[in-house]
Design a protein. Structure first.
Length: 323
């Protein structure tokens, strides 16, 4: 979910004293901003923005340091950033992981139960750890029967290939690399099996939202133009060309990443913004993430996850677009 690429700066003709300073990183739901950047849609909408390319973790650090107005994060990671650095408010749900996050097992292991008495490599306290535990819960298994080997996500393919573990949990591109590196390996549980366990959201500085609400609404409006473009099959080749060029791989290599990301339309996102328990609601999903973070001592004490979410801007934009 996070690769390190050289930073670039995108600046538009200034219409404000300061542009909105926005980060994007290599998750497909955020790389998608590149379409709007290349097509000049922010200029057309009349909003002054400055996009900077980051490694995912570095983007959160930059936000926490006060260098950014907005950043893409998972709903769980936003809680971590808020507890340990700087709170934010999620104003735009871009997508949910739909298979890019995987548990990949070596040949001969066909299910999570087959991991009993064996080892899995994963980065403790991160979203793939949560995915693993959700898979255990959904299959009525006992997590204590499987040994976790704490492993940095970008090292999981090599650790699986070495034979030190029997499976790994990782996001793309590490999960895909593991499948290529270990002949006969296969995903035995993915985020597609638990939709909503990982929501990808654009978070903003609450002060920035208060001062520049109309500008943020224009950013959201541009986003839904991007969604319409990507979801139109006639644009697939062009979209893949733009997205893949941003991360320096071929369109053919990039297509599985896009397939494993469910980019949400306005109609699809409305029920997700409704307050409810469970993964079908971003509120319910965030409560689950908060409980996970506290249990595994990512931070101390439960957070009020509702304060990290504000659907009002998106809902206003969608209502205006429907008029």
């Amino acid at each position: 979910m996070a690769l390190a690429f050289c930073g670039v700066l995108f600046t538009q003709t200034a219409t404000h004293a300061e542009p909105l300073k926005l980060a994007y990183s290599d998750w497909p739901g955020w790389v998608a901003w590149e379409i709007a950047i290349q097509k000049g849609w922010f200029e057309e909408e009349g909003v002054d923005v400055e996009f900077e390319w980051y490694d995912y973790v570095a983007s959160m650090d930059a936000y926490a340091a006060g260098q950014l107005d907005g950043v893409g994060m998972t709903n769980g990671d936003a809680l971590v950033t808020g507890a340990t650095g700087k709170p934010s408010v999620g104003i735009l749900i871009t997508d949910y992981s739909n298979g890019n996050d995987m548990i990949v097992a070596k040949p001969g292991i066909e299910s999570l139960k087959d991991l009993y008495g064996k080892k899995i490599g994963l980065e403790e306290g991160f979203v793939t750890h949560l995915l693993f535990l959700k898979g255990i819960e959904m299959n009525n298994l006992d997590a204590s029967q499987i040994t976790i080997v704490n492993t940095p996500t970008n090292e999981t393919p090599q650790v699986l290939a070495s034979g030190a573990v029997d499976a790994i949990a990782a996001w793309q591109p590490s999960s895909g690399e593991a499948l290529k590196l270990v002949s006969g390996s296969k995903p035995i549980f993915t985020s597609a099996d638990a939709p909503g366990i990982i929501y990808d959201i654009y978070y903003a500085d609450p002060e920035s939202v208060e001062k520049r609400r109309d500008d943020w609404k224009k950013v959201i409006k541009v986003w839904y133009r991007v969604v319409d473009f990507i979801r139109d099959e006639d644009n697939l080749d062009e979209a893949l060309e733009i997205l893949s060029s941003r991360v320096s791989i071929t369109p053919e290599e990039y297509e599985p990443f896009l397939d494993g990301t469910y980019i949400l339309t306005g109609d699809e996102v409305k029920p997700i913004w409704e307050k409810a328990e469970g993964l079908g609601s971003v509120y319910g999903s965030s409560v689950i993430s908060d409980e996970f973070n506290v249990k595994y001592e990512v931070y101390e004490g439960s957070l009020d996850s509702e304060k990290y979410l504000d659907p009002s801007l998106t809902l206003e934009v969608l209502a205006e677009m429907a008029e």
